[in-house]
Design a binder for this molecule. Structure first.
Ligand code: BES
Ligand code: MN
Ligand code: ZN
Length: 507
């Protein structure tokens, strides 16, 4: 869908459909809508007065205009209560709008009157959120499914209509950013929704090489012989049970600006998690193709940031492998030695994410980063603790946690902190190795982070457990059953706001 921006007055717009937004319990405030109402003999205000249309969030009603104005139809979309308005409700309302309009069989001539969305955010934030919601709502994963032509109804163009006084340049820029972000999220969703057979570590590495070429980044892929030489025993160990060879993918976006900060993003890239020798049960095991959601989010975020020409150096580290129970698989009781030199007793082969992340976290030191953030579908325990609404956050630096928390609020990919206190470290002590990879039945999300913290001692670090947020059980206003693409918007927001905080080494 192409999104264009237009400035002027709607009086002469001969659109297929004019879209307005309304707040619950409020009269018509928008001048353009008041004009249409008058032209239609107050039929819109009557609807509202008689409560035939209540502007609850995502509620809609379409009206014909019978030639009273050049536009053929009017669509009213609810935004809910004005005092509860957020940018995410704009995303949702945008998603609802495009889905409804598409299902009405309209493919172009949709004109959205932006002045009717009036919340306390800036116009550019509103436009960006609108574009994100609209684009993401139309996301589909149909790579393997035949869709009959009559069901291939697509909305091809959408016009954001603004009043003449609005700053054209900022608005256009916001629309472009929204598109870049939505494209990156869609890319990430595609990778996650792809079956494991078609996204082996080798295939993911090929994607990364392609992206790097396209967007002018460096890409390095470390393969098995070198992984062994480097001593990445975690990644190598997890890969032993699979016939697919592991890859450690490095995407390096380097703006080469003066005094730039270096940020490292690490993504868990388990392309299928069977549990290994500690095999998972069959129920919902198919969902474990999504155990590379962290890596996919990192790839998507870096792609977006390179398109936006972020002034920082951003390095993505993506350790990728399957976790399978093959004949040469790692066994419970085995000990692995990581890139840092530390050792861990593998009590449970299903706690594999922390093993591959340990190598990546240790490797991150080579970049002398100002901050490191890892994203991982790490523990079922995090889902038990926080559900599927919010991402679990743990880390070793208050300022960085604060920044991530703020970026989470802004992007509406919110995070909630769990404590990473000393006392929990007890649980991962081992008798025969430096640590063990499971901390017992209690506080599993936290003890997993404790494990990671042993490899992230040299820099400010935040760990995001996205096990609950990476996958949607059902459709939402701008999400579909399947991959959510969580993390992309959060990371992009974090980097875009990075410079607003005090400079280098400020953490
Ligand atoms: N990938 C899983 C975590 C997961 C579970 C992600 C559900 C998404 C949805 C991870 O590798 C895992 O298996 N974790 C174990 C750890 C346990 C063995 C200590 C878990 O959470 O059960
Ligand atoms: Mn596992
Ligand atoms: Zn896993």
């Amino acid at each position: 869908m192409k999104i264009s921006v237009k400035f002027g007055t709607i009086k002469t717009e001969d659109a297929e459909i004019l879209v307005f937004y309304l707040y619950e319990g409020m009269k018509i405030m928008d001048k353009s809508l008041a004009y249409c109402d008058k032209a239609l003999h107050n039929s819109i205000s009557e609807l509202i007065k008689k409560k035939e249309f209540i502007a609850r969030l995502n509620k809609t009603i379409a009206l014909p205009t019978y030639g009273k104005i050049p536009a053929k139809r009017i669509l009213l979309v609810g935004l809910g209560k004005k005092k509860e308005a957020t940018l995410d409700k704009i995303r949702q309302a945008a998603g609802t709008t495009v889905s409804i309009v598409r299902d009405m069989g309209i493919s172009e001539g949709v004109v959205v009157v932006m002045s009717s969305i009036d919340i306390s955010a800036s116009l550019s934030e509103e436009c960006q959120a609108y574009v994100e919601g609209a684009r993401l709502a139309l996301y589909k994963y149909h790579r393997y499914k035949y869709i009959p032509p009559e069901e291939q109804q697509e909305l091809t163009t959408l016009t954001l209509f603004l009043s003449n006084g609005d700053a054209a340049k900022t608005v256009r820029n916001a629309v472009t950013c929204g598109q870049i972000i939505a494209d990156a999220v869609s890319f990430t969703r595609d990778l996650i929704n792809t079956p494991s057979q078609d996204k082996t570590p080798v295939i993911l590495a090929d994607y990364a090489v392609k992206i790097a070429k396209e967007y002018g980044m460096q890409c390095k892929v470390i393969s098995l012989p070198e992984l062994k030489k480097l001593g990445m025993g975690g990644l190598v160990g997890v890969s032993l049970g699979s016939v697919q060879s592991p890859k450690f993918i490095i995407l390096d976006y380097n703006a080469r600006a003066k005094n730039q900060d270096t940020l490292v993003f690490i993504g868990k890239g388990i392309t299928f998690d069977s549990g290994g020798i500690c095999l998972k049960q069959a129920k919902d095991m198919d969902q474990m193709k999504s155990d590379m959601s962290g890596a996919a989010a990192v790839m998507g975020a870096i792609m977006a940031l390179s398109k936006m020409k972020a002034p920082q150096r951003i390095v993505g580290l993506m350790p990728c492998t399957e976790n399978m129970p093959g004949g040469s698989a790692m066994k419970p009781g085995d000990i692995v030695k990581f890139y840092s030199g530390k050792t861990a007793e593998v009590v449970n082969t299903d706690a594999e994410g922390r093993l591959i992340l340990a190598d990546a976290l240790a490797y991150a030191e080579n970049y002398h980063p100002q901050a490191v953030i890892d994203l991982a579908t790490l523990t079922g325990s995090c889902v038990v603790a926080l559900g599927t609404v919010v991402t679990g956050m743990m880390g070793n630096n208050e300022e960085l946690k604060k920044r991530v928390q703020i970026a989470g609020e802004k992007s509406w990919e919110r995070v909630w902190e769990l404590p990473l206190w000393e006392e929990y470290q007890e649980q991962i002590k081992s008798d025969i190795a430096d640590i063990k990879n499971v901390g017992g039945p209690h506080g599993g999300a936290i003890t997993a982070a404790c494990f990671l913290s042993k490899f992230a001692e040299k820099y400010p670090w935040v760990h995001l457990d996205i096990a609950g947020t990476a996958w949607c059980e059902k459709n939402g206003a701008y999400t579909q059953k399947g991959a959510s693409g969580v993390g992309v918007r959060l990371l992009v927001q974090l980097v875009r706001d990075w410079a607003k905080f005090p400079g280098k080494n400020s953490l």
